[in-house]
Ligand binder design. Structure first.
Ligand code: HEM
Length: 137
């Protein structure tokens, strides 16, 4: 991954300021937005989403914490990419998920959301989505 120091700091700070919100609530808002905008995706996920909420939030947390040392996540991201291919995830889905994630962060961050934070998260998500979907940069 190649994000600037400033982008990494912006992502980390904004992630920290979400700490006051329960992770399950953030995940709930994210999946509600994802499934409202893309109803067909709902059936790809389990009926009971409780576990999924925590898995997603834990993974995002690990990724954000390791942004300074992205190599540490390479194996994990590769394995996650392979599992996602097995779930039937296609390249086009990454845009849908990215839009819902950005929207959720924006709601959660309120006044702390600005164009720098937004472009840092977009750059970060693009790198992650490229690594997971096998899309080259
Ligand atoms: C790029 C960002 C993404 C991250 C960080 C992420 C993270 C995760 C994590 C941590 C899990 C738990 C199981 C596992 O690790 O394999 C998971 C499961 C899953 N994800 Fe993702 N994911 C991403 C993108 C997507 C996209 C684009 C889709 C397409 C709709 C998707 C669909 C799914 C599905 C269907 C499951 C499995 C649910 C189940 O059957 O238990 N994910 N994801």
């Amino acid at each position: 991954m190649s994000l600037s120091r400033q982008q990494i700091q912006g992502i980390k700070n904004s992630w920290k300021s979400l700490r006051g919100i329960r992770p399950e609530l953030i995940a709930d808002i994210f999946y509600s937005k994802l499934f409202t905008d893309n109803p067909r995706l709902r059936k790809m996920f389990p009926a009971d989403m409780k576990q999924q909420y925590m898995k997603l939030m834990d993974m995002l947390n690990s990724i954000v914490l390791r942004l300074d040392n992205p190599g540490q996540m390479d194996d994990e991201i590769k394995a996650m990419a392979a599992r996602h291919a097995g779930y039937g995830v296609k390249t086009a889905h990454y845009k849908q998920v990215g839009d819902a994630l950005l929207w959720t962060l924006k709601q959660g961050l309120g006044d702390s959301w600005n164009t720098e934070v937004e472009s840092a998260w977009i750059a970060c998500y693009d790198l992650l989505a490229a690594a997971m979907s096998g899309r080259s940069q």
